[in-house]
Design a protein around this ligand. Structure first.
Ligand SMILES: Nc1nc2c(c(=O)[nH]1)N[C@H]1C(S)=C(S)[C@@H](COP(=O)(O)O)O[C@H]1N2
Ligand SMILES: [Mo]
Length: 340
């Protein structure tokens, strides 16, 4: 198709088409908007309304399966563990994503994850644990009441946003499955599904699939560590890691692994995807730390979304992403420039 034809199809004035890259970016935006717009706009649960989350009518909601909806609607705000920073507009949270299984561009997940199947979903619990098994997500969630928590999310790429998650403490899940005394670490694994995830088919990828992440047991048991199943009062969108993801707010975003199918307890430190890929750049701990720069850029500040060229909205990065009071004790006596 010629440039002119595409331009006409999208109805963009020619004055705005200044270069191939601007045109490409625009086309991506349009495609993202289109794929989102075709989703039905369901009435969102009363919780979203009560919490005052603003979801413009032309943006999709992700209500999730019927069994999950009721749970989401009965979530309760945890004010004590929520920050008062301004929320990222919903649009930014669902269209600016890192989910490399669906592509490496920030707009790829919203474009390519919309048909991702997240129900039914199984989670395997394995390793050093008294009750291993393959469980339906519904059974995993059954005993847990959901909380609404507003957390900062700080990506290692030096941007950040503030998101209201719906989830429950990982500690509660861990206690239920009764890890043995040998369980010193927890490893999480994302689904491996080449049919649904285009980047897992690519032979040029940087990551050795499936994506894996891990925490030390005391980090996993910290009250801030959340298993999320929703955000902005609704189920998680697929691009944000539906149906089950980890959220560890004091660590760089890559620790917060998406679309989890396995939780494994081990005696030794597990492998983690970005550490395998570039061990000099990404450590196991990955605590947000303005004093330890990434080898290729500073970590002293961050671009808080929404951010644009004219108004970049740069803010100081805080040690442990502002959660030092709750987590600094976990690393007492450790040299954090060595254990980055
Ligand atoms: N499976 C998987 N999980 C992942 C990623 C990924 O590429 N694959 N990206 C991580 C990174 S780098 C970030 S910053 C967060 C982004 O979460 P969000 O898209 O919900 O903002 O997800 C993390 N979890
Ligand atoms: Mo990230």
């Amino acid at each position: 198709m010629s440039k002119r034809l595409i331009r006409d199809a999208l109805n963009i004035p020619s004055s705005e088409i200044t270069s191939e890259s601007v045109y490409k970016q625009r086309r991506r935006l349009m495609q993202a908007a289109l794929s989102a717009a075709v989703l039905p706009a369901f009435a969102f649960p009363s919780f979203a309304r009560a919490a005052g989350y603003e979801i413009p009518d032309d943006l999709p909601r992700y209500p999730g399966p019927v069994w999950l909806r009721q749970k989401l609607a009965s979530a309760v705000r945890n004010a004590e563990l929520s920050v008062s920073d301004e929320l990222a507009p919903y649009y930014h949270a669902i269209t600016h994503n890192n989910f490399y299984e669906f592509g490496t561009d920030k707009r790829d997940p919203v474009r390519y994850a919309q048909k991702f199947k997240t129900d039914p979903w199984k989670v395997e619990i394995s390793g050093e644990v008294a009750k291993p098994g393959n469980y339906n997500l519904e059974d995993i969630l059954a005993p847990h009441a959901l909380e609404d928590r507003v957390y900062r999310l700080r990506c290692v790429e030096a941007w950040s946003m503030v998101i209201p998650w719906l989830g429950f403490p990982l500690a509660e899940l861990i206690k239920r499955f009764e890890p043995t005394s040998k369980a010193k670490y927890v490893q999480f694994t994302t689904i491996l599904d080449k049919e649904q995830m285009s980047e897992q088919r690519s032979s040029f990828g940087t990551i050795d699939w499936p994506y894996v992440e891990g925490l030390r047991m005391d980090e996993a048991m910290n009250p801030l560590t959340l298993m999320a199943v929703g955000m902005y009062g609704n189920a998680l969108p697929p691009q944000n890691g539906a149906p089950l993801r980890l959220v560890v707010p004091w660590k760089y975003g890559f620790k917060s692994i998406k679309s989890i199918v396995r939780i494994h307890f081990s005696e030794t430190m597990p492998e983690t995807s970005w550490n395998i890929t570039a061990p000099k750049e990404y450590g196991f701990y990955a605590n947000v730390n303005p004093a330890v720069d990434h080898p290729r850029w500073s970590q002293a500040t961050e671009r808080r979304l929404p951010s644009s060229l004219l108004s970049p909205n740069i803010v100081d990065t805080l040690p442990f992403n502002g959660y030092a009071d709750q987590v600094a004790h976990l690393y007492k006596g450790m040299d954090l420039s060595k254990w980055f």
